[in-house]
Ligand binder design. Structure first.
Ligand code: HEC
Length: 466
């Protein structure tokens, strides 16, 4: 029951209001329209849920008895609510009869219905919530599984990707309000990380780092690349590698823990490294970092700030994901002994205390999956944004109620947290995922870009609230 209740909460207001209407609806058709049509379509043609006309039935033949079972119990983990708490036995029987009678009908194909349910551009943008004076638009589309971004001096944005195996260049159109997506490389192994150093684009794949020299001049010609000589673990689990050039010309690269939880202290994993541009002088700079998927250097102190994703399988509400700062090389951030600066690991935490490790600057919440972060240094946004942090939260994948799916704005006083507030909400609408923020980057005009690997979009945020 507990799980079902949580699921009802997860699908939010929409579900609550249908359930409220259940009582007055009497006929099977009315019951269906009031409770089911939003997900299965007004004509049973399907929308978020499958068509209830002729199709390959997921949960067995559409007999009345079988349908009563499916409707009563639902499929909470697949977003089909259980209806026995909200509807009477008699109402469920009526619905089961109605669906059984229609089960063989040929209705509009599900894919077409799904396409129709996709939000139009206006709905897409008006569904986002930002602070007053900020406006969001789509900067580029079709950058499938877009991950990290880096902006070159000439205004080209390079974007890594995950499953797509591609690296993209976003080339600004004449009006500079949007950009064209040019694929510069493909067939790579989850090339999520991109950074620029000395005019070259460095790309982090799972198993290697590659370099495209003089990229701004060559991006349009499927440029060749060199492999940078560096040997780091290439486990698939948490093995994707962001990469970032530091202000002093080094390359920083992490290696995640090859597990949800495991002992990594004596291995090369769960650490952050740095090296010279040619891969030489590889050295560890931080340890006890489970899986960082984004970092940036403070504009004045130049210290390394990074996110870290908390472990799973300790329930919905613990431990917290982290925002950290490295103030001394070699610092230990707790993994696998202590999580979120406060929670000893049930297995590895024995005989250790959280005090032994560097505490996070901010506890971002459980399962929120913080990925890219960026200090705002532009002039377009109000002064309060300067030298403070935007963090992209990709959102939970295994929590009963989804969390994250947002861009947060974090203000600091020195290295101390002052506030952590929402900057963009609306990537999750009810239980519908519209996008999953991955990285934040700044254009020369001070506008902010957000990459989304779910829809392959890059959004742009501008400020005109003078
Ligand atoms: C919030 C969205 C939502 C609502 C509301 C909803 N459903 Fe569903 N339903 C789904 C989803 C999603 C599935 C597919 C579950 C899966 O993949 O296992 C589903 C599956 C089903 C199935 C099984 C289909 C099959 O192929 O086996 C039946 C029957 C069904 N729903 C009936 C209903 C009825 C009757 C109502 C209203 C009382 C209803 N649903 C309301 C989302 C919804």
């Amino acid at each position: 029951m507990h799980k079902i209740a949580l699921q009802a909460a997860a699908i939010g207001i929409a579900f609550a209001s249908f359930a409220a209407q259940a009582a007055p609806a009497q006929t099977a058709e009315q019951l269906y329209q009031a409770n089911c049509a939003a997900c299965h379509g007004v004509k049973l043609e399907g929308a978020v849920g499958p068509t209830l006309g002729q199709h390959a039935w997921i949960h067995g033949a559409p007999t009345k008895a079988n349908l009563i079972k499916v409707i009563s119990k639902g499929v909470p983990e697949k977003n089909m609510p259980a209806w026995s708490p909200a509807l009477s036995t008699q109402q469920i029987e009526l619905l089961a009869g109605y669906i059984a009678a229609n089960a063989g009908k040929k209705l509009a194909a599900a894919p077409a219905a799904a396409a129709a349910a996709k939000p139009a551009a206006g709905d897409l943008l008006s569904g986002f919530k930002l602070p007053k004076g900020f406006r969001i638009s789509v900067y580029a589309e079709g950058a499938t599984t877009a991950r990290s971004m880096v902006v070159s001096d000439s205004g080209i944005v390079y974007v890594g990707s995950r499953k797509a195996g591609k690296v993209y260049a976003l080339v600004p159109r004449a009006d500079k309000q949007s950009a064209e997506v040019v694929t510069i490389a493909e067939g790579l192994e989850n090339p999520i990380g991109v950074t620029l150093l000395n005019g070259a684009l460095y790309v982090g794949e799972i198993g290697r780092v590659i370099r495209f020299d003089n990229i701004d001049k060559r991006y349009a010609q499927k440029p060749s690349y060199e492999v940078v000589k560096v040997s780091l673990p290439n486990d698939k689990w948490h093995g994707e590698k962001v990469i970032k050039a530091s202000p002093d010309g080094k390359l920083y690269i992490p290696v995640g823990a090859p597990c949800n939880i495991c002992d990594t202290d004596d291995t090369k994993s769960a650490k952050i490294y740095r090296m010279n541009a040619d891969g030489s002088q590889l050295e560890e700079v931080a340890r006890g970092v489970r899986n960082t998927v984004g970092f940036d250097f403070h504009p004045t102190t130049r210290q390394l700030w990074f996110t870290d994703n908390g472990r799973d399988e300790m329930g919905d509400n613990t431990p917290s994901c982290e925002l950290n700062v490295l103030t001394k090389f070699g610092q230990h951030f707790g993994f696998p002994y202590c999580h979120g600066g406060a929670v000893p690991d049930p297995q590895f935490g024995k005989g250790r205390t959280c005090e032994e490790f560097v505490e996070p600057v901010a506890k971002l919440g459980p399962h929120v999956a913080p990925l890219g972060l960026s200090f705002y240094t532009g002039k377009q946004f109000p002064e309060a944004y300067r030298n403070n942090i935007f963090v992209a939260e990709h959102g939970s994948w295994n929590r009963s109620t989804k969390i994250g799916y947002t861009v947060r704005f974090i203000t600091l006083y020195g290295n101390k947290l002052v506030s952590d507030t929402s900057f963009i909400d609306g990537f999750l609408r009810g239980d519908e995922v519209i996008g999953r923020p991955v990285d934040v980057a700044q254009l020369a005009d001070g506008s902010l870009l957000i990459s989304d690997d779910y829809a392959g979009r890059i959004f742009r945020v501008t400020y005109d609230g003078k």
